[in-house]
Write a protein that binds this ligand. Structure first.
Ligand code: ATP
Ligand code: MG
Length: 202
């Protein structure tokens, strides 16, 4: 029988939640920088379920597949369908409970941008959120990186290279016929063109 090594380090797993409509280089740099800084073994990208205001269910599949394409070449990046396949609206607490059940051996790190962390105090079950994961908020151009009111032991702030990219802008650029090369990974540029995504926004 193999003895359990009491000094064995628990795996560290990052969770990068987002709509990823489409995934862009700002998301990837955020995940990569947090992985480096916190010594993460893996970052799981978790595309959200279908937002109410966008009833086109096929878009969920596109968002999922673009995230797979964007992360495929990084050995530490994976993509989960847990929120895409949920048959009801997802809250971050649901994602974290499911991840904890799937990876009971791991320490979880939930990665957000400066805009998203600002809303955390408004989320339901905030104390349980902090029990389930350590939160890391990364800098994002146009959004102050502050955590006033959030417990320091539960939330870290990390400056990352500034990329003023948003999915909203990427969709708008495609709709207006502008390029998104170098804002999103090459495979995502090609996926958007192949499936004629975001063409009808204007
Ligand atoms: P949208 O414009 O549709 O809201 P988005 O660019 O904000 O898209 P989301 O999918 O909403 O992308 O974001 C997922 C997560 O990534 C959030 O925590 C968000 O704060 C973070 N994030 C998005 N873009 C950046 C960026 N350029 N730099 C740092 N963090 C980012
Ligand atoms: Mg957003």
């Amino acid at each position: 029988m193999t003895a359990v090594d009491p000094d064995a380090r628990r795996p560290r797993v990052g969770i990068m939640g987002g709509t990823f409509d489409p995934v862009h280089n700002g998301h990837l740099v955020a995940a990569s920088e947090v992985a480096q800084h916190f010594g993460l073994d893996e970052v799981v990208f978790v595309p959200t379920g279908q937002p109410y205001q966008k009833p086109d269910a096929s878009l969920s599949e596109h968002r999922y597949l673009m995230t797979v394409v964007a992360t495929a070449s990084n050995p530490r990046f994976t993509v989960s369908r847990i929120d895409i396949d949920r048959d009801r609206p997802t809250y971050t607490i649901d994602t974290l409970r499911d991840m904890r059940d799937a990876r009971p051996d791991a320490d979880l790190f939930f990665i957000t941008g400066a805009d998203a962390i600002a809303q955390i105090l408004e989320w339901k079950d905030v104390d349980e959120l902090f029990d389930l994961a350590h939160f890391v908020a990364v800098s994002r151009p146009g959004h102050p990186l502050t955590i006033s009111g959030l417990p320091e032991q539960d939330v870290s702030l990390l400056e990352v290279p500034a990329l003023a990219i948003s999915s909203t802008d990427c969709r708008s650029r495609v709709g207006r016929g502008f390029p998104v090369w170098y804002l999103v990974p090459d495979g995502v540029v090609q996926y958007i063109a192949k499936h004629h995504l975001y063409r009808s926004l204007i």
